[in-house]
Design a binder for this molecule. Structure first.
Ligand SMILES: Cc1cc2nc3c(=O)[nH]c(=O)nc-3n(C[C@H](O)[C@H](O)[C@H](O)COP(=O)(O)OP(=O)(O)OC[C@H]3O[C@@H](n4cnc5c(N)ncnc54)[C@H](O)[C@@H]3O)c2cc1C
Length: 517
């Protein structure tokens, strides 16, 4: 059997796997990505990219494509609860798509998952990723030195082996990799299935609001399991109906369900494609890593769609994992750095899954709310306030938590407006390509350059008040004085902070801890 080598094999070319490949490419490590489908998503699926991932996409050269892929209509979200699309509205609310200008320089992206996957895939390929569609992972085996995967090329019906230093399990909610490496799951269970149908019905254009994000929850006893969801797409007159079961239907039966949901028995409907059923469930992996295999995205944390964080959390997982894999593969970090994937991403994935689970009751079934709903952070803290705790954070806290960013190790490095000549930028624009040291103190800048050279790790040193100026908030927002420095990891997280005068040895010790050296 033919055999190939790669530093990283990613199984799954959804949002999680593609984002990992993109940032691995950004950090100079090419990956092979295998997916059984013929290409990226063929339905809109999840919509929206949070500012926290859009910031990273800015540096990686994807954000403009995602902003350009925003759907037509007013930049608003309309959610309607009704008995049919053209029938009685039981409840409706309109919300502006939030822009957290104090916390991030990036607006939210509004691209569909279909457009996002295509854009990320294109950029990942430019950066060196080798995307192999119609390719299935048949089996995997790991030993102390690597992972051997057998891939099946469905196009040629040939099987071949790939030997990888690391394997990323981005194989989604129905993935098998977790089970193959002995990782179990826990959670609140499964709540049903939704089968999504993409269809055209131009007659509905005048019946529904002209907003960028449109979502109807239709409650009607004639529908399968009494309800359905209806969302707009990037093309006026084209919609997705979520039928709440996993029954196989003929096209005529599907059209019948669409007409009930629309409240129009004679509606002209053209079915574009019938998707496969997906499970609505709350299920989190007991561990996110086993040896050289690391889980991300739905494979690690499947959550109900209420709140739109499944896709965002999948992309964030990929971005946070990629720099660690790259640092180890490039010999800049010891393998222990990868232990932080489980320590950092699992509490976050669990919290976000809990949040979406709680939302499911708050939004859709308030009368069935269980007594033991998990406690969840408020949405702003959930998005921006995660404080991670692991060996890859030096001088951090013992446990994780949620707090608004104020420069503490383990939290996201705060967004501060900076100026470079006439150009206005954010501290966040300086991150995501490698380690960054921010300081006002020239002695710290010199010490950091020396330590970086000794460790042979690329570092960008930025002196605030010299090449970059601020509006007087940098010090207080980062918890510094006229001396001190912060070391920001390549994922925009504060890895270490000093509030003293330049101390080369302290930086050396902290950075070595982060890098497991
Ligand atoms: C129709 C639909 C609508 C959704 N709507 C929303 C929403 O509105 N809001 C929200 O937050 N979330 C939504 N979700 C969930 C959201 O899309 C997911 O959270 C997100 O896509 C997870 O990305 P992922 O990369 O982890 O997994 P996936 O996108 O599932 O990707 C996994 C990939 O792995 C591949 N794969 C699996 N096993 C193998 C194998 N053995 N060999 C090769 N390839 C393999 C699959 O082909 C698949 O492409 C929706 C999901 C679906 C399906």
């Amino acid at each position: 059997m033919r055999s190939e080598q790669t530093p990283v094999l990613i199984v799954g070319a959804g949002l999680a796997g593609l984002t990992t490949a993109l940032f691995l490419g950004q950090h100079g490590v090419p990956a092979i990505v295998a997916d059984r489908h013929p290409g990226t998503a063929n339905q809109p699926k999840a919509r929206g990219q949070s500012p926290t991932i859009m910031e990273a996409f800015r540096t990686a050269g994807v954000a403009d494509a995602l902003l350009a892929a925003a759907p037509p209509g007013r930049p608003e979200m309309t959610i309607v609860i009704c008995d049919s699309i053209t029938g009685t509205v039981l409840h409706q609310y309109n919300e502006h798509v939030p822009h957290f200008a104090a916390l991030s320089p990036s607006p939210s992206g509004l691209a569909s998952q279909q457009a996002a996957e295509a854009a990320i895939a294109a950029r990942a390929t430019e950066l060196g990723a080798d995307l192999r569609f119609r390719t299935v992972l048949d089996s995997l085996r790991q030993d102390d030195d690597g992972v051997t995967a057998t891939l099946h090329d469905l196009g040629t019906d040939q099987r071949y082996q790939v030997r990888a230093d690391y394997l990323v399990g981005a194989d989604g909610g129905r993935g098998t990799i977790a089970g193959e490496v002995g990782i179990g799951h826990h959670g609140r269970g499964a709540f049903g299935h939704t089968t999504t149908v993409l269809f055209r019905a131009p007659e509905l254009i005048d019946e529904v609001p002209d907003t960028a994000i449109l979502m109807y929850y239709v409650q009607n006893p004639q529908l399968p399991n009494g309800s359905a969801s209806f969302v707009s797409t990037d093309h006026p007159g084209e919609y997705v109906l979520g039928i709440n079961d996993d029954r196989e239907r003929t096209e005529a039966e599907v059209v019948e369900v669409i007409r009930i949901a629309a409240g129009r028995p004679e509606l002209k409907v053209e079915v574009c494609n019938m998707g496969t059923a997906w499970e609505i469930a709350h299920r989190v992996a007991d561990r996110f890593s086993a040896g050289r295999v690391h889980l991300i995205g739905d494979a690690a944390h499947l959550m109900p769609p209420t709140g739109g964080q499944g896709g965002n959390t999948a992309m964030l997982d990929g971005m946070h994992l990629a720099w660690k894999l790259a640092a180890v593969v490039r010999g800049e970090a010891g393998p222990g750095l990868l232990d932080s994937h489980d320590a950092e991403q699992r509490p976050y994935g669990q919290t976000i899954a809990d949040w979406q689970y709680a939302n499911m009751f708050e939004r859709l079934q308030p009368d069935q709310r269980p007594d033991d709903l998990p406690e969840v952070p408020d949405p702003v803290q959930g998005l921006f306030g995660y404080r991670m705790a692991s060996r890859a954070v030096a001088g951090g806290t013992d446990g994780y938590g949620f707090e608004l960013p104020a420069g503490r190790p383990g939290t996201r490095a705060p967004h501060v407006v900076l100026h470079r000549g006439d150009e206005m930028l954010s501290t966040r624009d300086l991150f995501f390509a490698g380690f960054v040291l921010l300081t006002e103190d020239p002695d710290w800048a010199g010490a950091a350059e020396q330590v970086a050279a000794e460790l042979a790790v690329p570092l960008a040193v930025h002196r605030i008040g010299a090449e970059l100026t601020d509006d007087g908030t940098f010090r207080s927002d980062y918890g510094l004085s006229d001396c001190g420095a912060v070391l920001v990891r390549p994922d925009g997280v504060i890895g270490w902070r000093s509030t003293t005068i330049a101390d080369r040895d302290a930086l050396d010790a902290a950075w070595r801890q982060i890098l497991d050296r």
